[in-house]
Design a protein around this ligand. Sequence first.
Ligand SMILES: Cc1ncc(COP(=O)(O)O)c(C=O)c1O
Length: 386
Amino acid sequence: MKEFNIDKIREDFPALKEYVYLNSSSISIMPLPVQESLKAFMNKIAYAGTVSFDEEAEIASVENTRSASARLFNCSEENIAITSSATEGLCQIAWALKPKGNIIVVDIEFPSGVTPWRRVAMETGAEIRFVNVKDKPADLFIDQIRDLMDEETSVVCVGHAQYSNGVRFDLKELAGLCHDNNTKCIIDATQSAGVVPIDVMDTDVDALVAGGYKWLCGPFGAAIVYIRESLKNEIEPVFVGWRSMKNPYIFDATRYEYNDGLRGYEYSTMSYSAGYALGESINYIMDLGIENIFKQAILVANYLMEKLDEMGLEILSPREESRRTGSVLVRFPGLDGEEVAKELTKRNVIVSPRFNATRFSCHFFNNYDDIDKAVAVLKDILEEMR
Ligand SMILES: Cc1ncc(COP(=O)(O)O)c(C=O)c1O
């Protein structure tokens, strides 16, 4: 494991000299060593095609990421697929399960956690049940899921952490509730993977997806899908193609046998450069220690919350560290929080407008100095707008 030295880490993110970057919930910045590996990977192929990128290299580009993902989530590589996006992973799972009965989702969920189930429900007649917390997004609790659950509940699909304010479920408790009810527990960890430690074996979730370009500091075009062994054996991939097949490089259209592990869910030529770089970024994070990363993100987010409290602002993220990530959603009474976010970004404090509020996302490369700068700019903006 590398030393967690914040000053050294910041040197890997040159953008931090120019910007106060608090936007990892949207798109993260990529560490220099990962940028360099990505460029080298792409240049080699651009220069000489298959001379450097033969079948072995094609397989290795995703296999390395598979083992990095297994390291990230503490599971076997055989339960990991590398897809092009988190949404693709959720669609694959939703169609493979094709659930009937009712499906529980959350009204503040990122749309990709809901729309695949709604589409499947059009075929199966399943009922979609929403946990409604739009008015109080920090007050999202497992009890609300329990209240909606009955013997017909086939699936609960929720974000481990919510995209708007980082409110986070205890996965072990949630999976326990689901399994006691014979319900599948499907998790979108796009807003937590890379900042919150996740152990899929210990938590016992059925399936989990995570996009790569947010807290994992990877590129667009690659995501991770985990499906537990027992569920893997119960369902079949719905979208299949040449890469889904065992020994895909035989290119024999008369054969039909799925590739090992979850490779059957990888059906076509993907952006291998993205797949490769995601593995590099996961290893960068794991080498620093995911516990250290979580600690730093929470430390900086706590400092930000303190400052926002001093200013008397309305914080829409939970207070308990066990129920959040590095994201802090804040409203400014009497002002449009989305306008404030745009103004901050114009002044090089990079944040996002969400829910009529401003979302600040603190990651492991942020420090107190970033927060002091952001708060100073925020004070100026609020004074001008009032
Ligand atoms: C929780 C969550 N899931 C999924 C996505 C979309 O992921 P992708 O673009 O990889 O499909 C986002 C994007 O903001 C998200 O926040």
